[in-house]
Design a protein around this ligand. Structure first.
Ligand SMILES: *Cc1c(COP(=O)(O)O)cnc(C)c1O
Length: 363
């Protein structure tokens, strides 16, 4: 395939040429220039969410799930109890991880088209004094649903528990302000709203909570505490760092700042989303979520019933036009997803809509 390929997925996604260019070098893991890049990375990650002196940023090799596993394994101890608030596949994945780690875990569940209800959580915490940690997914990428971070954080803090947030598909675009929202740890990765290339996850975590987690992790390579101690000791990663991924992410973070930070990025994504929803609706594609639940990060559409529709054929035809979309991930309904994030803008969405019109004409 020639020409620019547009990834309309939850990641990996379309990156800026400057971000890809930043990888065109080699770095030794112990070189001063790479140690400086790592330090800049950690500093910039904290700044994105207004994390003050009580927080530290710890990057870790791997995809997003690796950082979820590393954070749960270290922060939730063998005598703790985790409550996961789940309304999609990524919430369920946290339950599965905690179970595999042998931790005590319970789940409060909502349907995939309903947000976490903070009042319900409040009552549940009253009835469960043994719960020490609460975890949930800020933007459930399964559907694109936004869960109410500030309200949940307030309930959890008032109840004296600690909050772990999978902010994988919100970090860098949706508003998160650690100066006023009480959170123990945020988890995210390089290749979503930060628009880096895939290869690392990170946690912005309260230093005191991390310091208290020594020796708890059931994993060596995914021990968030030891990863942090390594970085603090000599500025180096414990094991082979993904040097090009780090270089690309630092460049992507500089580009985020140049764009105007998360507020400006969110505005660009929101315009992508608005054009997409309107354009798709005019062709008979119905969004799965009502508009007040949408994060604007990714849109889930119901498979149309007014015409013959085969997702694989639709996917292939769009791919041949340079657009990569994503299958649905819902347990009960036939859907597909189109992402609005990455280094893309209104023109890309308009071109996508023209391709959809050609590939699957409305009847
Ligand atoms: C992308 C994502 C993850 C991590 O997925 P990986 O495939 O491991 O990168 C976790 N949670 C959410 C909400 C996500 O969107």
């Amino acid at each position: 395939m020639t020409g620019r390929r547009i990834l309309l997925t939850p990641g990996p996604l379309t990156t800026d040429p400057r971000t890809r260019q930043a990888m065109a070098d080699d770095w030794g893991s112990r070189e001063a220039s790479f140690i400086a890049l790592t330090a800049e990375l950690r500093r910039r990650l904290l700044a994105v969410v207004q994390a003050g002196e009580d927080f530290t940023a710890v990057p870790l090799q791997g995809s997003g799930t690796f950082i979820v596993e590393a954070a749960l394994g270290a922060l939730v101890g063998p005598s703790d109890k985790l409550l996961v608030l789940a309304n999609g596949a990524y919430g369920e994945r946290m339950v599965q991880i905690a179970q595999r780690q042998g931790r005590e875990v319970a789940a409060l569940r909502w349907p995939e088209d309903a947000p976490v209800d903070p009042e319900h959580l409040d009552r549940a915490l009253r009835d469960a004094p043994q719960v020490t940690h609460v975890a949930f997914v800020h933007c459930e990428t399964t559907t694109g649903l936004l869960n109410p971070l500030d309200e949940i954080a307030e309930v959890v803090a008032r109840a004296g528990r600690r909050l772990i947030v999978d902010a994988m598909s919100s970090f860098g675009a949706l508003p998160i302000d650690l100066a006023r929202t009480p959170v123990s740890a945020l988890l995210a990765s390089s290749n979503k709203c930060l628009e880096g290339v895939p290869g690392l996850g990170f946690s912005v975590v309260r230093t005191a909570d991390l310091a208290a987690s020594a020796g708890r992790s059931p994993s060596v390579s995914l021990d968030l505490h030891d990863q942090w101690r390594g970085l603090e000791t000599n500025g180096q990663w414990r094991f082979t760092p993904p040097v090009q991924v780090v270089a690309a992410l630092v460049e992507a973070l500089r580009l985020l700042e140049a764009e105007g930070g998360p507020t400006a990025r969110r505005a660009r994504y929101a315009e992508n989303f608005r054009l997409l929803i309107e354009g798709m609706a005019s062709m008979g594609f119905e969004p799965y979520l009502s508009s007040r639940l949408q994060s604007g990060i990714i849109a889930t559409f119901r498979t149309p019933r007014d015409r013959p529709f085969d997702f694989n054929g639709f996917y292939q035809a769009l791919a041949e036009n340079g657009f990569v979309i994503y299958p649905g991930k819902l347990s009960r309904e036939e859907t597909f997803r189109i992402g609005c994030i990455g280094a893309i803008g209104a023109d890309d969405i308009r071109r996508l809509l023209a391709a959809v019109a050609a590939v699957s004409p409305a009847t």
